[in-house]
Design a protein around this ligand. Structure first.
Ligand SMILES: [Zn+2]
Ligand SMILES: [Zn+2]
Length: 447
């Protein structure tokens, strides 16, 4: 079976995902479609389930007796983003695949089916697994907080959740996939694009309500504190380093304000991003100081909660060599963008890269802005034929492109690293300790 022959089926599946976008931890239809494909093409390989909607399938080892043998995960994301301005957004949820995750799924499935059908995995110098993770987009947080409250999830991001559940315990390296926004000249791929990390702050300013016309003098205006705070953040940018891509986007996610009452409570939410983890902590402390100072200046108080978002993603340059070689042999893909530096987008590939060496293969074939109202796939043959072909070629030789020695950190180290920045979610350490096998017990198999 060639990638051309797989194309109609994969393209139909990807189109179906585009038409049925689902938010993180609720990708139930998506997961069902993926599982059906895996069972149809998997030649009896078991499909493991994890968390709400996650799936994992592992090809057999071609050299099970070799102690040096490594295993690599190809990682695809199942969820859509919220971008209600997009004409194809789900009217009820605002969900749309404006980040292109539906095509990650298509590419991973095409490669999986091809490897099984041709038995090419027997020639690979590394063993291969495919992991379909929920919830990469950091959105719909109130719902995720509910899921956490009910004990269904611990982490807002699907990869940390999978890491906690032991999904990557037998994995030595990972390849993630992502769409490139905008339009390129000809069929394009990209490697070595690092991402920022971020944390998320919620600042609740508290004042005192009073009649805004009759007696504003008795009030303490929480909205004024919020305004002063966003002004302080703006002015504070002068003292921020330029080389590590600091970003903040303070917003008021919801408001109870009305014009005849001095607002007694206003909540500002903001991300704080940087490519430098230490500096991220420093900026976060400045944000806290500004919040408390602005509240105090106007006679109120600020209550701050901080949630870690994702870690910065530094791609493994050694592994990228496999893509560079595969590109050199490829006659369909004409452009390779290499190492254009870091960008201030973030993803939980950063968290995974803390555990094992990780790279992300990015691919063009789209038009419009990522997360924007005009994002769409315009070159399905590139995305679903040429990219899978190149990816498979690289995967077959990835064993000789692994860094030596091969770094590996544990989930426990991950939790410690995050805890040094901001408190980790309750339950994050529950998977540690004597019941390490509990994580594995929470996965189940189907055929
Ligand atoms: Zn996105
Ligand atoms: Zn994305």
């Amino acid at each position: 079976m060639t990638f051309d022959r797989l194309f109609p089926e994969v393209h139909d599946l990807v189109t179906g995902l585009w038409e049925h976008p689902e938010l993180g931890y609720a990708e139930h239809r998506t997961a069902r479609v993926v599982e059906e494909f895996l069972l149809r093409h998997g030649d009896g390989l078991p499909v493991e389930h994890f968390s709400t909607t996650g799936l994992k399938v592992s090809l057999p080892s071609a050299a099970p007796a070799d102690p040096q043998r490594r295993r690599l995960a190809v990682v695809a994301e199942l969820d859509a983003v919220i971008s209600p301005a997009h004409p194809d957004a789900d009217p009820a949820t605002g969900a749309v695949h404006a980040c292109g995750h539906h095509t990650q799924v298509g590419i991973a499935l095409a490669v999986f089916a091809h490897l099984v059908a041709t038995e090419a995995w027997r020639q690979a110098d590394i063993d291969l697994s495919f992991v379909f993770v929920p919830a990469e987009e950091f959105v719909d947080l109130a719902h995720r907080a509910e899921l956490r409250e009910r004990g269904e999830i611990t982490w807002f991001g699907g990869k940390p959740e999978a890491m906690m559940l032991g999904v990557f315990d037998d994995i030595d390296a990972a390849v993630c996939l992502h769409a490139i926004g905008g339009r390129q000249d000809g069929p394009t791929i990209e490697i070595d694009c690092d991402l920022a990390g971020f944390l998320y702050k919620t600042v609740e300013f508290e004042g005192t309500a009073s009649h805004a016309g009759l007696d504003p003098f008795s009030g303490t205006n929480a909205y004024s504190m919020a305004t002063l705070f966003t002004t302080a953040l703006g002015l504070g940018r002068q003292q921020l380093r330029e080389d590590v891509l600091v970003r903040m986007n303070p917003v008021i996610p919801a408001s109870e304000m009305t014009t005849n009452v001095v607002p007694h409570r206003v909540t500002v939410g903001t991300d704080v991003r940087s490519t430098d983890l230490d500096y991220l902590g420093e900026v976060a402390a400045r944000v806290d100081r500004a919040a408390h100072g602005c509240a105090a200046a106007l006679g109120g108080t600020a209550h701050i909660t901080t949630e870690m978002g994702y870690l910065p993603f530094v791609q493994d340059r050694t592994m990228s060599g496999a893509f560079r070689d595969a590109f050199a042999e490829d006659d369909a893909i004409t452009t390779l963008i290499e190492d254009r530096g870091a960008i201030a987008a973030a993803g939980d590939a950063g968290d995974l890269s803390f555990l094992v060496p990780t790279v992300q293969l990015s691919y063009g074939g789209f038009d419009g802005t990522i997360h924007g109202r005009d994002f769409s796939m315009i070159d399905p043959e590139h995305v679903l034929i040429a990219v899978p072909r190149l990816l498979e070629r690289a995967l077959l030789v990835m064993g000789r492109h692994l860094p030596d020695p091969l770094p590996r950190r544990s989930y426990a180290q991950y939790v410690d690293a995050l805890d040094a920045i901001t408190p980790v979610p309750a339950g994050a350490r529950a998977a540690l300790g004597p019941v390490e096998s509990g994580a594995a017990a929470r996965t189940q198999e189907t055929r």
